[in-house]
Write a protein that binds this ligand. Structure first.
Ligand SMILES: Cc1ncc(C[n+]2csc(CCOP(=O)(O)OP(=O)(O)O)c2C)c(N)n1
Ligand SMILES: [Mg+2]
Length: 538
C-alpha cells in the first residue's frame, strides 16, 4: 500500500464520511483511497467551489469539512473560500498535494504553508512515510478540536512511497468539559442582572457552538430579557416569545428600539462588532455591557464593556440562572413587529418584482424545514430579514470575509449535510455569475436545492453606494443575463420570475423536487436597503 492510500484509509477510520474535491495528479490516489474506504466523494468544478462546499457541509453537519486539491494552483484556487472558513472558525481540513521538497524548479512550487497561514489557516505537514498516518490524524484532530481551517501538505513523493506497516493514527484525546466561569465573575454579573430593569441578551456564534440556546432562553425568561442574535447566529431563538431577531442593520425598527432602550446588554459568544451594534448605535450610552467569551482577546475588542467573563456561553448562562435563584420571573417587554409586518411602499414596475415582495412570497411558499444560505451583496438583507429559519444550522451566512460568490458552493455543501431539509441558496446576479462552474456540480449531484437569484443586473451594493456619492456607476451595471437559460443548459430547471404570479411553478417544483431549480428573479434595482445606506454613512 502507498502512503496516499494509507492516509485516505486512516482518515475514513477516524470518522471522515464526506469529501469535496477536484482531482489532479497530486491527489488522485488519495481521493480514490478516501472513496474506496467508504467516504462519499463530491467533485467540484473549481477548487473555490470544493472548499466552500466543505465549509457549508461543516457548518450544517457540525463535522469537519474535508476538501482535497491538487498542488500549487489547486490550492491557490481554493484560497478565497479557505479564508472565509478560517475567519468563521469552521472546522475544515484541506488535503493539499505539494511538490517534493527537492523539486526546487517545479512549476507548481509555491510556499503553500505560507499561503495558508497568511489567510488565517493552520499549516500542517505529512513529513515522511513513517509518520504520514499520524500527521494526517493530528491535522484532522486540530481542525476538529480547535475549530480551525487546517491545510495538510502532502508532498507527492511521500504519497507515492510504500507505507510502512503498523503505523496507527494518534489516539483521540478524552472529551473536554467546556470552561466554567469563575464564581466571583458569575456573582458580579448576577448582581447586575438583579438590578437591571430592561435587560437584553445578544447571542453570537460562540453561543451557537456552545449549544447555549436552551440555557439562554431560560435565563431570558428568568430575568425578563429580550433575546437577539448576531447575524450568523440567526435562528438560535426561533419561536421564543421574547426573540427580537437579528441585532444590527437587519433588526426591525421596534427591535432596534428595544435594544437601544436596554439598560443591560449581556453578550454571549458575540463579538459586538459594528454590524451587530449598528456602529454602536444599538447600545444605549448608559447601558451596562457584559461580554462572555472563551477568547480573552474578544472581550471589549469592538465595544467597551463593563464586565468580561472568560468562559463557555452555555455553562455561564446555567451558572447565572443558578446564582439568580428561583424568585419570580421578571415581567417581559412586548415582542416587536417582524419585518414582514412593517408596511413598505412597493416598487411596482411591469417586469420587475420588489425584492421584499419576493422574499415574503418565498417565505410563505417554502417549507419551514429549510436551510437558508445567503451570499454577499446588497440583496443579502432581504432573505435574512424576511425569511424565517428553523434553528441556527438552518441559517448559513458566510460573510466573515465579506466575499461575493461563495453562496452557491456553500449551499451545495449544506444540502449534502442535510438532505432532509430544503436548502435555499440566495444569491445576487454577481455572486451567481462568479459561481457558474458549480451549476454543473449542482445538476450532476442531483441535489434538491433551490437557488434564488436576486437579479438586479448590477453589482447593486456598489451602484447604491457610489450613486449616493454622485460617482458614475455604469461600470457596475450590466445588460440583462438569462440565468434561467444558463441553469437549464447546466442541467437544472430554470424559472424567470417578474411577479408573484410567476412563482406558481415553484409550488409544482416543491411537490416534485426532481432536479435543482434556479429562479432568476428580476428584482427592481431602485429599492435600496436601509441597512446598506446606514453602512455607507460610516
Ligand atoms: C470577491 C469579491 N469581489 C468584489 C467584492 C465587492 N462587492 C461587494 S458587493 C458586490 C456586488 C455583488 O453583486 P450581486 O451579487 O449582484 O449582489 P447585489 O449587490 O447586486 O445585490 C461587489 C462586487 C466583494 N465583496 N467580493
Ligand atoms: Mg446584483
Amino acid at each position: 500500500m502507498l502512503v496516499a492510500e494509507a492516509v485516505g484509509r486512516a482518515l475514513v477510520e477516524q470518522g471522515v464520511e464526506v469529501v469535496f474535491g477536484l482531482t489532479g495528479s497530486g491527489n488522485m490516489l488519495l481521493s480514490n483511497a478516501l472513496r474506496d474506504a467508504g467516504a462519499a466523494y463530491h467533485g467540484a468544478r473549481h477548487e473555490g467551489g470544493a472548499v466552500s462546499m466543505a465549509d457549508g457541509y461543516a457548518r450544517v453537519s457540525g463535522k469537519v469539512g474535508i476538501c482535497t486539491v491538487h498542488q500549487g494552483p489547486g490550492l491557490t484556487n481554493a484560497t478565497t473560500g479557505l479564508t472565509e472558513a478560517a475567519k468563521s472558525r469552521t472546522p475544515l481540513l484541506v488535503l493539499a498535494a505539494d511538490v517534493p521538497a527537492t523539486a526546487r524548479r517545479s512549476n507548481f512550487r509555491i510556499d503553500q504553508a505560507g499561503l495558508a497561514e497568511s489567510v488565517g489557516a493552520v499549516a500542517e505537514h505529512v513529513h515522511s512515510p513513517a509518520t504520514a498516518v499520524q500527521d494526517a490524524g493530528r491535522a484532522l484532530a486540530r481542525a476538529r478540536s480547535d475549530r480551525r481551517a487546517v491545510v495538510l501538505m502532502l508532498p507527492i513523493d511521500v504519497q507515492a512511497a510504500p507505507a510502512p506497516d503498523g503505523v496507527a493514527a494518534p489516539p483521540t484525546g478524552p472529551p473536554l468539559a467546556p470552561p466554567r466561569p469563575a464564581v466571583a465573575a458569575v456573582e458580579a454579573v448576577a448582581e447586575l442582572v438583579r438590578t437591571a430593569r430592561r435587560p437584553a441578551i445578544v447571542a453570537g456564534r460562540g453561543a451557537v457552538r456552545a449549544g447555549a440556546g436552551p440555557a439562554l432562553r431560560r435565563l431570558g425568561e428568568r430575568c425578563g430579557a429580550i433575546l437577539a442574535t448576531s447575524a450568523p447566529a440567526n435562528g438560535l431563538f426561533t419561536g421564543d416569545p421574547q426573540a427580537v431577531g437579528i441585532a444590527g442593520g437587519f433588526a426591525p425598527p421596534d427591535a432596534a428600539e428595544l435594544l437601544r432602550d436596554s439598560d443591560l446588554v449581556l453578550a454571549f459568544g458575540a463579538s459586538l462588532n459594528h454590524w451587530t451594534t449598528r456602529h454602536g448605535n444599538l447600545i444605549g450610552e448608559e447601558a451596562c455591557v457584559v461580554q462572555v467569551d472563551l477568547d480573552p482577546d474578544a472581550i471589549g475588542a469592538n465595544h467597551p464593556v463593563d464586565a468580561g467573563v472568560i468562559a463557555d456561553a452555555a455553562t455561564t448562562a446555567e451558572a447565572l440562572i443558578e446564582a439568580l435563584g428561583s424568585g419570580d420571573a421578571r415581567e417581559r417587554r412586548t415582542a416587536p413587529k417582524r419585518w414582514r409586518d412593517e408596511p413598505f411602499e412597493e416598487a411596482r414596475t411591469q417586469d420587475r418584482i420588489d425584492p421584499r415582495t419576493l422574499s415574503i412570497a418565498l417565505d410563505e411558499l417554502l417549507p419551514d424545514e429549510r436551510t437558508l444560505v445567503v451570499d454577499s451583496g446588497h440583496f443579502m438583507g432581504w432573505p435574512s430579514m424576511y425569511m424565517r429559519v428553523p434553528d441556527p444550522v438552518g441559517f448559513v451566512f458566510p460573510q466573515a470575509f465579506q466575499c461575493v460568490g461563495l453562496g452557491l458552493a456553500t449551499a451545495i455543501g449544506a444540502a449534502v449535510a442535510r438532505r432532509d431539509r430544503l436548502t435555499v441558496a440566495t444569491l445576487g446576479d454577481g455572486g451567481a455569475l462568479m459561481a457558474l462552474p458549480e451549476l454543473e456540480t449542482l445538476a450532476r449531484l442531483g441535489l434538491p436545492l433551490l437557488v434564488v437569484v436576486y437579479d438586479d443586473a448590477a453589482y447593486g451594493a456598489e451602484v447604491h453606494h457610489f450613486r449616493l456619492q454622485g460617482a458614475a456607476v455604469d461600470l457596475a451595471q450590466f445588460p440583462e443575463a438569462d440565468l434561467a437559460a444558463l441553469a437549464e443548459a447546466a442541467g437544472c430547471h430554470g424559472l424567470t420570475v417578474r411577479s408573484v404570479e410567476d412563482l406558481a411553478r415553484l409550488s409544482d417544483w416543491l411537490a416534485a423536487r426532481d432536479r435543482p431549480l434556479v429562479i432568476d428573479a428580476k428584482v427592481d434595482p431602485s429599492v435600496c436597503a436601509e441597512w446598506l445606506e446606514d453602512a455607507f454613512r460610516h
